[in-house]
Design a protein around this ligand. Sequence first.
Ligand code: 1CP
Length: 331
Amino acid sequence: MRQAGRYLPEYRASRERAGDFLTLCKTPELACEVSLQPLARFPLDAAIVFSDILTIPDAMGLGLSLVEGVGPRFAKPIRTSEDVRCLGEPDPESDLGYVGDAIRLIKRELNDSVPLIGFCGSPWTVATYMIEGGSKHDFTLIKQMLYSEPALLHQLLALLARSSSSYLLAQIEAGADAVMIFDTWGGVLSTPAYHAFSLHYIKQIVTAVNGAVPTIAFTKGGGQWLDSIADIGCSAVGLDWTTDIAKARSRIGARVALQGNMDPAILRADPVTIAAEATAIVEAFGTHPGHVFNLGHGITPDIDPDNVAVLVDTVHSCSATILASPKIDNE
Ligand code: 1CP
């Protein structure tokens, strides 16, 4: 996650040239360049298009900016029923066409060497930014709306689900080989609220994709809801690092593939520790099919790229070893 980003000096140079983060996202040549940077350094098995989950609210006219040291900010957050009523559904071609253009460029450059992942945010997660006005991790305003004006929040989430569905279908049309739905903030909800306000809308998006390409559903903090997530029709479930991957495999691994789940903080350790931790995850999953190794969340800017190289090499070598020795298995 966040294969491209500030931990790479070449990303920082491209961002400097672009001037700001949004220009980087909206200039297909630059978005393509940045998407390919991690693959030039590491023998990764997939690329992910460089973009952000906040492109949809930006296209809805909320005035997105990325403030240095603060994170994303919206000039016009959504607070009232009038605000929600005024929102339109962005057109994936005319309003978000730069993402499709970036995907077409990346696909041409990849030339089928590895698959390309497209993505969007979950309606709930995107709505947290739209209502709070940016990164604010206490969720006071959106939870107030959830419990005092649930119909209004549902109206916004339904609009986001429709917008995200047409956006992912356009990404698939442009060449995305799989799509991932990031529900970074689903884990802050109670169980009934998670099902009604987050998973319900993720399911609508997965249903709209209708098996055109594999779909990956990731809820950070969603470990206790894995069975429900696996039941929405997605091809894979993303796990954060707080879930035991062996237990997740025995619970839902026959129904879906699992993606994950190393704690990105481990990348701050020494190479021997990184290799041991990565090997433990690959071995915990065992020889069953359907494990996509990944970090449980994004790489942070302080990570040494050499440590990422150790991780990628370890995953390749220990996967080959474990697949060659089917006795190493743990039911
Ligand atoms: O240059 C910079 O400082 C920008 C930092 C950055 C990056 C590298 C942002 C702003 N977005 C991105 C790219 C990004 N965002 C990708 C790129 C593809 C990749 O290489 O993996 C992806 C998949 C995302 C998705 C995203 N954006 C999520 C979901 C996944 C996650 O990390 O939880 C979220 C929550 C966002 C919002 C966002 N955009 C940027 C930041 C710093 C944030 C998080 C803010 C917060 O903590 O609330």
